[in-house]
Design a protein around this ligand. Structure first.
Ligand code: FAD
Length: 339
């Protein structure tokens, strides 16, 4: 029987495990921590359309429904809003637990506190035991051990994010996105109403200045009104795909492969799609994934946005507020904005 070893028990690893077990492969997930999942280190604003594509039972993890976004530049803003919810804010930890539960129900075996240390031919050496495999799926996140062991090229383009989550009811229906090339170069600031709390944060490519940026962010007018800080964390988001994502029978999916929209940093849906593609095409996964070409246009838009200084961002947001928002309202969709 074909044996599939999945490294990383979070969203992408869980979806890979579910698909692998469903396909009848002997499936093992190893997770280095004593619990599965990203431990909530994610805003978890995810398009409903994307979640449906992943066929995940996400309903019981919903914290709030989102109908649109308000995009701000320094002096202007415009709103994109639909009459029906287009995205949901989820409890990320519960989502990961649900995905892993679905994989176990389909026959996958989960080994916690088991860290991949090295690979020898078709054998994974872990902190606990040696595990044989026919295929290994590296779903071990941005700092992928699998990629390091296999000496795959690094993901160079990335943003360092800081998220601060504040207690207190917030059932707002739109998220706020602040574009500011001076304060948040290479990314943006967000405020996401999450029902019982508010998730705020920013990303920046100026990694060395993160503490300074964080201080200014927390003192900013749009953030300082929130009191009772509940949780805060830093984490990287890859902003480009890894240039090699398969080496023989070892395949990378999710953040390990850089399967993230470089426009917004959303990676749950595309990591899941990467995982599904990997299991369905074990021998020619990389070729198949590249052919789908799902993320290229996001990268082009990110590069264009990065070229705009605050004056040009003001101009873009102002002109959009005059009319383009109607068009965006018609085609607007968080994950699949570009066909
Ligand atoms: C601040 C922030 C906000 C975000 N907001 C959103 C959002 O709103 N919407 C969205 O779609 N995406 C968002 N993302 C991106 C999203 O979190 C990631 O794309 C997603 O978590 C990728 O899932 P993954 O399973 O590939 O990797 P991860 O979730 O990082 O999981 C990797 C797993 O591998 C395990 N692991 C690592 N090394 C080993 C090892 N050697 N052995 C065994 N196990 C190992 C880890 O413990 C972990 O469980 C956000 C990210 C950040 C940082």
């Amino acid at each position: 029987m074909t044996e599939i070893l999945i490294v990383g028990g979070s969203a992408s690893g869980g979806i890979a495990a579910r698909e692998s077990a469903k396909a009848g492969f002997k499936t093992t997930i190893i997770e280095e921590h004593n619990i599965v999942g990203k431990q909530g280190k994610c805003t978890a604003l995810i398009s409903i359309k994307g979640l449906k594509k992943l066929e995940v039972d996400y309903e019981k993890t919903v914290m709030n429904e989102i109908y649109g976004a308000v995009i701000h530049s320094k002096h202007f803003s415009f709103t994109v809003e639909k009459r029906v919810p287009i995205a949901v804010v989820l409890d990320r930890q519960k989502l990961d637990e649900e995905i892993i539960k679905e994989s176990i129900e389909n026959g996958a075996e989960l080994k916690l506190k088991t860290r991949l240390a090295s690979i020898e031919k078709n054998k994974a050496l872990t902190s606990k035991e040696n595990i044989n495999f026919n295929y290994l799926i590296g779903a071990d996140g941005f700092a992928s051990t699998t990629a390091s062991i296999l000496k795959l090229p690094e993901i160079k383009r990335k943003v360092l994010c800081y998220e601060a989550e504040f207690e207190g009811k917030n059932e707002g229906k739109t998220v706020d996105v602040y574009l500011d090339s001076e304060r948040f170069p290479g990314f943006f600031e967000w405020i996401v109403p999450a029902g019982s709390e508010t998730k705020t944060g920013f990303g920046t490519t100026e990694i060395k200045k993160i503490n300074e940026t964080k201080k200014k962010f927390l003192q900013g007018n749009e953030i300082k009104k929130f009191k009772n800080l509940k949780t805060e964390f830093h984490a990287f988001i890859p902003l480009e795909e890894r240039s090699v994502i398969q080496k023989n029978n070892a395949l990378l999916v999710g953040d390990a492969a850089g399967q993230v929209k470089s426009t917004t940093g959303g990676g749950v849906v595309f990591g899941g799609l990467g995982a599904i593609t990997a299991i369905q095409n074990l021998d020619d996964y990389e070729k198949k994934w590249r052919k789908l070409n799902l993320l290229k246009k996001h990268l082009i838009i990110r590069e264009l946005l990065n070229k705009l200084n605050n004056n040009l961002l003001d101009f873009t947001v102002f002109s959009t507020s005059l009319g383009l928002n109607k068009i965006l309202e018609l085609i607007g969709d968080m994950d699949f904005i570009i066909k």
